[in-house]
Design a protein around this ligand. Structure first.
Ligand code: PLP
Length: 387
């Protein structure tokens, strides 16, 4: 059976050019980057090349990039690091209700430590409105953290406007850009971003490698104690091969964003249009155009998302019913509830997340499969039959 992978927001395939770039850094070039000998120097050089590649992709300087273990670590470090460093100025943080748990749970932990957090609501499309941020700003607000694009419904936030408001109150602005790299062009200076988190496995580098951009002059506390790696700010021997992979992958992901987006939007819109017109009682979650080019999120009334996923899996189609990190829990997605969906509709939603490797034929096969599955599941649904 040919399988179809449409769960790229959960993770992506490591592509061949990325593998090739990484390959020498296991058995041939393996020195500890902190060692002074030639083995170490070779490794150090590769890390600095990757740092420049990440910096270039963001419009940053190499000295503003720190490698981390994942997007979650980058979010934790940015938020906790900034909160601790600025606590004498104030203890209030602003975020949104639809952030990833890497941000929400970090904020919840800070609340236990005596910080106050405002969770901004979003509109029916998942957009954080700049006026609601303006209203929430206080004299003791020290940090605003709003994601660039949502992992479940793909909504893209007005980051520049939000950052401007944070700055007008003397506040730092952090964005979780884990889902946005390769889809949104970043220029951290022009956009007013003080800190940005990213994660390699969302754009074809391996899992377990991330980076944090911290603008020159912005002081954040380090979270771990140890050696002098990453200019003493993030101790631990570097994940050399993965850092090389991340550098190559971000270079490839950001070299031609417009044509990448055009191809993905065509596929995405075909899926959305066909599902909404050919399957009754469906709704699109998120904004129609202000959304990631690879994101499709649709609710099917009278259907349980998990049954849909299992039936798709039997046909070899990999999708998701929410964020991969929360699947396994039966609670409806906090993102779908925040945009106002009732529990029963939130439960019946499906996320298809595309990569440039998906084809039109695959999209059509997925629609045909969905039509059959939805018909079958609805035929068994007492609620559907009683309506
Ligand atoms: N932030 C967002 C928006 C994400 O989608 C994810 C992962 O799905 C993360 C953070 C966490 O990244 P990682 O899996 O690298 O820890």
């Amino acid at each position: 059976m040919n399988r179809i992978y449409m769960d790229n927001a959960a993770t992506t395939r490591v592509t061949e050019p990325v593998m090739e770039a990484m390959a020498p850094y296991f058995c041939e070039i393996y020195g500890n980057p902190s060692s002074v000998h030639s083995y170490g120097r070779e490794s150090r050089k590769a890390i600095e090349t990757a740092r420049r590649q990440v910096a270039q992709a963001l419009g940053a300087q190499a000295g503003e990039i720190y490698f981390t273990g994942c997007g979650t670590e980058s979010d934790n470090w940015a938020i906790r690091g900034a909160a601790y460093a600025r606590k004498s100025k104030g203890r209030h943080i602003i975020t949104s209700q639809i952030e990833h748990h890497a941000v929400l749970h970090t904020c919840a932990q800070l609340e236990k430590e005596g910080f106050e957090v405002t969770y901004l609501p979003v509109d029916e499309y998942g957009i954080v409105h700049p006026d609601s941020l303006e209203k929430a700003m206080r004299d003791d607000t020290v940090l605003v953290t709003i994601m660039a694009a949502n992992n479940e419904i793909g909504t893209i936030q007005p980051i520049e406007e939000l950052a401007k408001i944070a700055h007008s109150h003397g506040c730092l602005f952090h964005t979780d850009a884990v889902q946005a790299i390769g889809s949104i062009p970043f220029d951290v200076n022009a956009m007013g971003i003080d800190m940005l988190s990213l994660s390699g496995h969302k754009f074809h580098s391996p899992k377990g490698i991330g980076a944090l951009y911290v603008k020159n002059g912005v002081k954040i506390e380090r979270l771990m104690q140890g050696g002098a790696q990453e200019r003493t700010q993030r101790p631990g021997t570097e994940n050399l091969a993965s850092i090389v992979g991340l550098g190559k992958a971000i270079e490839l992901a950001t070299q031609d964003i417009p044509s990448h987006n055009a191809a993905l939007c065509a596929l995405r819109d075909r899926l959305i249009d066909r599902i909404l017109t050919e399957i009754p009682e469906t709704r699109l979650n998120g904004h129609r155009s202000q959304r990631l080019p690879g994101n499709v999120n649709i609710s099917f009334r009278y259907i349980e998302g998990e049954s849909l996923l299992l039936s798709l899996d039997i046909k070899g189609i990999a999708a998701s019913s929410g964020s991969a990190c929360t699947s396994g829990s039966l609670d409806p997605s906090h993102v779908l509830l925040a945009i106002g969906l009732p529990h029963e509709i939130a439960h019946g939603s499906l996320r298809l997340s595309l990569s440039e490797e998906n084809t039109l034929e695959e999209a059509d096969f997925v629609v045909e499969s969905l039509k059959q599955i939805v018909d079958r599941l609805r035929a068994m649904s007492p609620l559907y039959n009683a309506k």
